[in-house]
Design a protein around this ligand. Structure first.
Ligand code: ADP
Length: 474
């Protein structure tokens, strides 16, 4: 099958979160399975600076509304980069320290139109456009709307997080080139504004999301953030993400202190833990270490972590945190770290090597998310033998099996309520298991042996691409 994977980020080129891992792995997996899958990304500053991309087309023009934009196309290994310096030669992908870029609607409208317009010049002629999240939600709209494009092509939208909807004021209708008739409830309008995610849902042929439980949550509960009715009417298939075990393997990872596999996990993890404690000035490597990595946000439950940290320390855990995001959460985490030197380490920023050292050197990995479409971090943690402690939601519910003393098949610890008491109780269960060497050995073995490969997910996506569920808007 000929597929164009169109996304705002993908590894190894640009990453702010799990979406990038998923898109990169999907493209690679599709090609390994014999499909012809190309990838389209905006040509951000970091891609121009860090990758040996080659310019293959120049001086192209595309009209969006009454504006004409010029662009070039670069390429590397089956990926194509749409370059317009005004829109994409910035250090942030979607914003900077002042917040989201105010021209995000124009930036991604331009990107979607340029991708569609470039296909015939490149001779790609895709059968499927697979788009991801609100940034590419306009592509199905343009594909549906403009008869000049290849109309046999279908589009599939994958929602990686329904909480981010690409909402802009009605005035953005002009800058994305949408006529007035589309400012209505059955088209782009969303509570008096427009939503680019909604555009993708309405005009794509099929909608998927990244775990079966999250598919239920966004169609049946308020986790659809106002789109649950539309999503339920459209139908959403939940396809559980995998992780790329070539990239997340403690036996080959060059960023960690020493390599280990499931057979050598005790020795390997203990050496990696000592190293982690040393580089982060933690004062007692004998204590169990909890790792936390991710975006500091309400969604991820970081406020629950901040509110529980003092008690977590008094239970006898050390805690290592890496991430950035909400400034208030950042400040409260830093304040606690100052009070507990050598027991809590808070590291602000995006640091792939440190993340890998935390996965390898921690005993437990905490994700108290209020909602979690899929979550990759818990699967990565499992691969490195760090036992997940998670809230029962979305992909966390689909990937972790709760440890019960009477069962031997557990892979982690699950709690249900989004509050400190439930989190601390769950950590109490984890501590008890940690202190029993036989139980802990079994848990780490179960976790490291659990595999979430892409193979099955890719077959499911191919099924979706092949289904006859064509869009039927009037
Ligand atoms: P998200 O909702 O942010 O996409 P996921 O769990 O699906 O969360 O994926 C997060 C990915 O980003 C994982 O690969 C994780 O290791 C990585 N990551 C998140 N924050 C950081 C950080 N501050 N530094 C390095 N890697 C990070």
């Amino acid at each position: 099958m000929r597929i164009a994977m169109v996304a705002p980020e993908a590894v190894p080129y640009a990453k702010t979160g799990g979406l990038a891992d998923v898109v990169g792995a999907l493209q690679r997996g599709m090609n390994i399975k014999g499909h012809d899958c190309s990838m389209f990304l905006p040509c951000y500053e970091r891609i121009q600076n860090n990758h040996d991309i080659k310019q293959i087309l120049s001086g192209l023009r595309v009209n969006v509304g009454d504006r004409t934009y010029y662009y070039n196309v670069f390429s590397l290994d089956g990926a194509y980069f749409i370059a317009n310096d005004f829109f994409f030669n910035r250090s942030g992908l979607y914003g900077d320290s002042r917040g989201d870029f105010p021209d995000n609607a124009e930036r991604f409208a331009f990107f979607c139109k340029a991708v569609l317009q470039t296909q015939s010049t490149l001779g790609i002629d895709p059968e499927i456009y697979h788009v991801h999240d609100w940034q590419t939600g306009l592509l199905p709209f343009y594909l549906y709307q403009e008869s000049s494009y290849e109309h046999d092509a279908r589009s599939v939208l994958t929602i990686h997080n329904a909480g981010y909807q690409g909402v802009f004021p009605p005035s953005a209708m002009t800058s994305i080139g949408a006529s007035k008739e589309h400012f209505g409830i059955d088209s782009l309008e969303f509570h008096g504004n427009i939503s680019l995610l909604k555009a993708g849902i309405v005009y794509s042929d099929s909608v998927t999301t990244v775990s079966p439980t999250y598919a239920r949550e966004i169609t049946e509960t308020s986790l659809g953030y106002g789109l649950e009715g539309l999503l339920s009417a459209k139908g959403v298939k939940g396809i559980l993400n995998g992780i790329d075990y070539d990239l997340w393997d403690p036996s080959t990872d060059t960023s960690i202190h020493i390599n280990y596999d499931v057979g050598k996990r005790s020795k390997g993890k203990s050496a990696c833990k000592k190293h982690l404690c040393k580089i982060l000035d933690m004062n007692d490597p004998a204590l169990p270490v909890i790792g936390v990595i991710g975006r500091f946000s309400w969604q991820k439950g970081y406020d629950i972590i901040a509110g529980s940290l003092t008690k977590i320390i008094s239970m006898g855990f050390n805690v290592v945190i890496l991430g950035s995001g909400d400034l208030e959460i950042e400040r409260s985490l830093r304040d606690i770290a100052v009070k507990f030197p050598g027991r809590v380490s808070v590291n602000i920023g995006f640091n792939d090597a440190l993340a890998r050292n935390i996965y390898a050197g921690s005993d437990l990995f905490l994700m108290p998310s209020r909602y979690e479409p899929c979550g990759l971090a818990q699967m990565i943690a499992m691969s490195y033998g760090s036992i997940p402690v998670v809230r029962h939601t979305g992909g966390l519910a689909d990937t972790i099996k709760d440890h019960r003393p009477s069962r031997s098949s557990g892979t982690g610890f699950i709690f249900r309520k989004d509050d400190s008491i439930s989190l601390l109780r769950c950590l109490g269960r984890a501590l008890k298991a940690y202190n029993d060497r036989t139980v802990w050995q079994r848990l780490t073995k179960n976790s490291m042996m659990k595999r979430f490969t892409w193979d099955y997910a890719i077959d499911q996506y191919i099924d979706v691409y092949s289904s006859e569920n064509r869009v039927s808007m009037n």
